[in-house]
Design a protein around this ligand. Sequence first.
Ligand code: SAM
Length: 325
Amino acid sequence: MTNNNAAPAHIPVMTTQMLGALQPKPHGLYIDATLGGGGHSRAILQSHDCRVIAFDRDPAVTPHADSLASDFGPRFQFVRARFSQMENELRKINPDPVDGITLDLGLSSIQLDDHSRGFSFQHNAPLDMSMDGAQSPQGAESVADLLAAIDHKSLAEILALEGEEPHAQRIARAIVNSAAPVRTTSELSRIAENATNAKGPKLRKQLARIFQALRRHINDEAAELEAALLTAARILAQDGRCVIISFHSLEDRVVKHAFAAKKIGAVNEAVESNEVAAPFAPTQSLARPSAQECARNPRARSARLRAARRTAAPRPKNIWWKSAA
Ligand SMILES: C[S@@+](CC[C@H](N)C(=O)[O-])C[C@H]1O[C@@H](n2cnc3c(N)ncnc32)[C@H](O)[C@@H]1O
C-alpha cells in the first residue's frame, strides 16, 4: 500500500499512544492538522475504514499528501493551510461532524534536514525559518528580515518570552549592534557565542533557545496554537477527541491549561461571560515516548502527548483560557 516514491520523510512520534487517545472508528472523520511526512495520517487511515482531512502550512509536505491520496483515494484529503485558517477551509469542503483532531506540533525532519531553510544552527544557511516556504505570498518574513529591522528591547522580549533565554538582553544587544546585517545561521551563532562566552553543551542549548524563539516569533506559533485550540473546540462533535503532541514546555503549558480548565472565559452565541463550561475534559494524564522509541528516534525525546474529549459545552466564538481554572 505504501508509495515509496515519496520524498524522504519524518519518523512519526508516539503513533501508538496517539491512536489510543484519538480512538478512530469505522466511518469516522478525523483531522490531522500537522500532516508533515504523513505518518500519523497513514496510521489513522490504516487503523479503520475512516476518513482523514489533513492540513499543513508547508508546501514541502506535498509529496507525502500525494502519496496518501494515491494509497487511500477519497478517504484522504489535503489542504495547505495554517491552523488559523483551518475552520474556514473545512467549512468549504466538509459538512460532517468531526470525530477527532490530532496535532503534532513543531518542526518535521523534512524541515530540519533541509539545511537551506535555516532551521538548524548546526548548518550554515541563510536565516529564513519560515514554515510557509520562502516563496509563499502568505509567508512569514524571514528571520534575517526581522533582525534587520528590530530594536533591542523588542528582540530581548522575543528571546526571553519565546525561548526562555536567560541572557536575552545581552544577546539582543549584540545582534542589534552587530557591524553588518546578520544574514546567516553561522553569523547569528557566532554573535550569540561571543555575547555570553558559552561553550560546549551550554552553547548548544543557548543556540537552540535562540533559534526556537526566532522561529516561533516569525511563524506566529503561539497565536497559531491558540487558534488551533479554539478551532478544535468549535469543530469537534460532542465526545470527539483532541490529541496534541508538543515538544517544549511553553506549548505543553498552554495545552495542559486548555484541557484542564473547568471554566473558561468565552464569547458564546449571544452572551459574553467569564464563567462558561469548558469545551474540553482531559481523558488521560501526560504521556511520554517509551525508552525504546527514544533510542530508535532521538528526536522523540522531548515529546509530550495530552488528550481531551469535547464536552457538551456550547460552541465558543472566542476563548480566553487564562481566566480559566
Ligand atoms: C512534527 S511535524 C508533523 C509530523 C507528522 N505528524 C508525521 O507523522 O509525519 C509538524 C508539521 O506541522 C506543520 N505546522 C506547524 N505549525 C503549523 C500551523 N500553524 N499550521 C499548519 N501546519 C503547521 C509543520 O509545517 C510540520 O510539517
